[in-house]
Each structure stands twice: as structure tokens, then as C-alpha cells.
Ligand binder design. Sequence first.
Ligand code: GCU
Length: 672
Amino acid sequence: MSTPHPAGPELDGVHPAWLPQEAFRAIGSRRTLVRGDGVLADTVRAEVAYACALHGGVLLTDPEKPHDLALTVGGAPHAGEEGFVLARADGVTSVTAGGPAGLLYGLFEVVRRGEAAFGADLPAGTHRPALPRRMLDHWDNVDVHPVMGQVERGYAGGSIFWRDGEPRADLSRVRTYGRLLAACGINAVAVNNVNVHATEERLLTDRLGEVAAIAAELRPYGVRVHLSVSFASPVTLGGLGTADPLDDGVRAWWARTTERVYATVPDFGGYVVKADSEGRPGPFAYGRDHADGANVLADALAPFGGVVHWRAFVYDHRQDWRDRSTDRARAAHDHFAPLDGRFRDNAIVQVKYGPIDFQPREPVSPVIAAVPRTRLAVELQVTQEYTGQQKHVCYLAPMWREVLGFRLWGPEGRSVADVATGGGLVAVSNVGDDPYWTGHPLAQANLYAFGRLAWAPELDPAAVLDEWIGLTFPSAAGGPLRRALHDIMDGSWRTYERYTAPLGVGFMVRPGHHYGPDVDGYEYTPWGTYHFADRDGVGVDRTRATGTGFTGQYPLPWSEVYESLDTCPDELLLFFHHVPYGHVLSDGTTVIQHIYDTHFSGAEEAAAMRATWEKAAAADITGEPGVPVGLHARVRELLDEQVRSAREWRDQVNAYFFRKSGVPDAHGRPLH
Ligand code: GCU
């Protein structure tokens, strides 16, 4: 039996996130029977043994011995490979798993429930993940990129996999990471950036050993490794004269290369590809389409059970902004809807949740409804590129919950989560080598919540946050800290939305790094145009009647709902319509007054968050357990920055629209 972490999984100087020792007290102080074979069952035994060493309980392997908890593989085939039945009878709590992965997830379900897992009223039930693949895409580079740094759009330090251009000698942190991921239900990781640069291309060939080393650390926690690859690899790595997907030599190169990958990493998950997007190579160069491109990789992976995640984030980033018919929002649907039915079974089209790019508010991408004969994965962004860059508290689960629950064909139709059962849920990771993993300590909640929602999309975001608080701050039970964290975090996404871009417009950020306000930063640029504000009005006309026709990419009822000014939801109004500043919203406020009001209130809410943290955390800084002094200070510092930045947003946006419109604030507040 291998012991994944005989000395304990904690690492010096690294925050334990949602798995502090205290979280294992309920299990670790009891008698636990574990039965099952293989690497995952060994992990479960090692976890229980470790918990018992901490808290005085015992790990048993003999079923005849009296026990309080039984973790068993087998006997619940209906639960599936990753599922389990949780029940309680005759004073014993039992996890009966459909397969070894189910045993691991069952263990962490018991951890999550703590003492409640041993109460007479434990609800019996079958637990299985709604989505088959629950995956994080790391945008990590091996090298430090001159503009983007090492982790593209990373706000938590360097990569946990590489340092100084080399794999890290000590990968124990990767093992600990796998443990955190398993504890929230994540089962796949793509290790490198979708923008695959020259060094990183070689992870597919002569640097493959580095991928194997990462896979070895994550395997005991049921996390499979995937790799982002460049479509041009047959040329850049293979020395061929072409990467044309229909060329026999190219097909043979991908087949050979992939065979070597599986010889090195037998449980390798597959490839992730960003092609013909923001300068990446792709099939268009050879007059082929994206189904041709995806299928050549899918065919190479098929004999080994691998999948290719082929991203639908394809648009022209060199567009002529004077041409009003060009609309970035339309691009993914224009490219991918006609290809439905042409992708192989192991080609998964990976679609960003919105039609543009991870803005704090976008409508759900119409592509999700447009390819019923294609396996589809939905992509979210846990890293807070456009939502405060882990300097701002912005708990994103409420947004993801809305997206996943959105019914594309109306109230009776399937939800986004239903559609994603074919491919899975993917998110860009927010993790780095920062001591808190995520830069902002409270941003850990986003990572945790992503895993939990991928497992069970119907979960209530506030309940998920509550789980996270209970695990991460064990001393918070029922106390002021728990209340304070809810006050600060539950509504923080909407607060962020209020002080940034209004009514679904998005993108009023500084170009390049995307932090802080710049209302016209991207306006009339080749990347796209996002608000068209002038002295009379604001918003993008995406109607069929007079605009770009984007509304027509939706099925009924949404194509009609969004088309009409009378029915378009206020929060998306300016995404779909260009309206005069005096246009009246459903609550009776004009658009211009709404802009002022939300920016004032958003900035005030940010200040209130800081006050709440000061008050509650001050009462709870008792050292361990409680709010550790260092964590308290880090959050306070970041809240200072959030308050400053929110005011800057308020002033810039209000001043801009006052100058454009000439309309004063109805309440006479200064508009700077
Ligand atoms: C955004 C982001 C890029 C990233 C791209 C993608 O545009 O700013 O850094 O490469 O998304 O998802 O591919």
C-alpha cells in the first residue's frame, strides 16, 4: 500500500485552504473501516490513517471489528464509477461506492459534513456527479512570458508546476493541490496555457516527462492530466511542411506522437486546442474548417480513450471597427453552428459561457443551443481577469449558478448544465504559488465553488459558500465571522457589477492588463467595440431589425425576448440595444440615472465590505484557530485596494457619462 503523504499533506508556509487538520476531526476521532483496492483506495486509507493520527481514531481493514464509518468500493453499481451511496444504519455511517473514485469522493463528502455525518438524521442518498468532466485549465507557461508573466491572467504568483524554465524539483505542492481538487470534485487539469508558446509546445514531445511527473502527483487523487497543444505542432515540432489536417503525413504525425504520449502517461486525458484565435495557428490557413481540425486530433486520441477539447473562442481580433455589421458576439456561432454533426465522438467543443469574453455580465452563448449533435463543454473563468483580478472580493458562484441553470429553449427546455453533461464544465484556474493559492484568500471560495457546482449544478451558491466557510474557518461555526463572510461575499458579484460596466455592456477596462476603468479603452479598436456611447445614447444594437442580427442566433423564446426593448432584461439591455440616456428601465429609473445610482451604491458597498471585515475579523483574530493574523492582514490590504478601485470606477464612469449626456444626477451628487 502506498502512503501518498506519510508525513501529512500540509506544507510549510502554504495555507491549507478548505482542508485544515480540524476538518478531519469527525472522521479522525472515530473507527473507520476502508475496503477497496487500487491507488484511489490506498489514498483513502492514507487519508483516514492520517486523520486518525491527528485526532486519535483508528483505521480498520477487518469488517468484523466494530466501526463507526465504513467506506467500501462495490455494491452500488447504479452510483457509477465516481458516485456513492451515503447512508446510516445501526449507528454506522456508510459510503458504498460504485468505483474507486466514488470512494474518494465519498470520503470527502463525510469530511464536508463533519459531525453531521454521524448524526441519526443523516439523509440517505445516492451522490453522483452531474457532469462527467470537471476540469481546470491552467494558463501556465514554463517560461516567464515578457508581457503576460508566467501564468497568463494569473493573479496568484507563479506556476505551481514550473519555475525558472524548469519543472519544479519538489512537486509535493502539486500533490496537495490534487487533494484540494478531489475534495471539491474536480477530476481533470490541463497543465499549460491555451496560448502555446515555443517552449511549451515541447511538452508534447521531448518535455513530456514533465507532464508525466505532474500526472504522477495528481493520479492518487483521481485527477487526470490534459495538455494544451499547438495546431502547428506537425510543422514546429515534427518538421513537416504543413499542418493541414487532411494531409496523410500530418495525420500520421499526430497518431505517432499521441501514441508516445500514452506510452508515457497511460491515463492521459487528452488535448486542449485554441486554434485560429487571437493569432494562434489553425485549420483556416489550409482552407479547412474547425471540424477537420478537431477530428485529426480526435482520431489520434481515440484508440486510447482520450478527448480533444476544441475551443469555440474563434473571432477576428483584427476587425475593421468602422464596419458596423461586424460583431464579435456573433463569431463563435457563425463558425461552429454550421459544423454541428461533423465532430467525432471524442471531440468536445468548448464554449465560453458568454458570446464575448468572461465579462461580469453576458447573456449565455447561443452556441450552447446550436450544436445538439456535438459534445459540448462550457468554459468559465475562475481566475478573475475581468472581475477584479483577485484584488477584489467577487464570489462568482451566483453568476455560474445563473448560467448553469439558464434554460435555452424556455422554461420547459434543457438547461446549460443539461447540455454540458455531454462534455463537462471547464474553468480557467485561479491558482498559483502564492501562500494562499489564489492571491486573495477569499478567492479560494471561487475554486471550491466551481468544483461543487460542476458536481451538482443545482446547489445554492450561499450554501456552497457556507460549506467553504465551515471547512476553511472551523472556528467560525455560527459565529460573527460566518455571518460577516456571507455579508461580504454572497452579493459581491453584483456589487462588482454595479461599480463597473453598466447593464451588460462589459469591457470598460484598461486595455492589455484589463484592470481598472477605461471607458473608451477598447472602443473603436480592432479587438471589438463594446458600447458605442455618444451624446444621445449608449449600447450595442444587436437586433435583427436594425442591428447586427445577433439576437437571431438564439432559439425561441430568447430570440424574441432579447430582440424587443419591452422584454429584454434590464441587466442585459445595453448588450442588445442602443438606447437614449432617457430610456426608462423596469424600475422606473432612466438609463443615465441607473448608471449614476449603481456606481454610487457599488462603491459604497465595497466600503461596507471593508467595515464588516474589520469588525468581525477583529473579534475573531485569536491566532489559530480563528482568522490567522496574516490572512486577516492580507484581506484587509486587498479590501483597501478594492475600495480605492471601486471609487475610481465610480468616478470615471459617472464623469464619462455626465460629459457625454450632459444630464446631471437627480440627487445632486458630484459626478467628478
Ligand atoms: C481572453 C484573455 C486572453 C486569453 C483568451 C482566451 O481574451 O484576455 O489572455 O488568451 O481570453 O481565452 O484564449
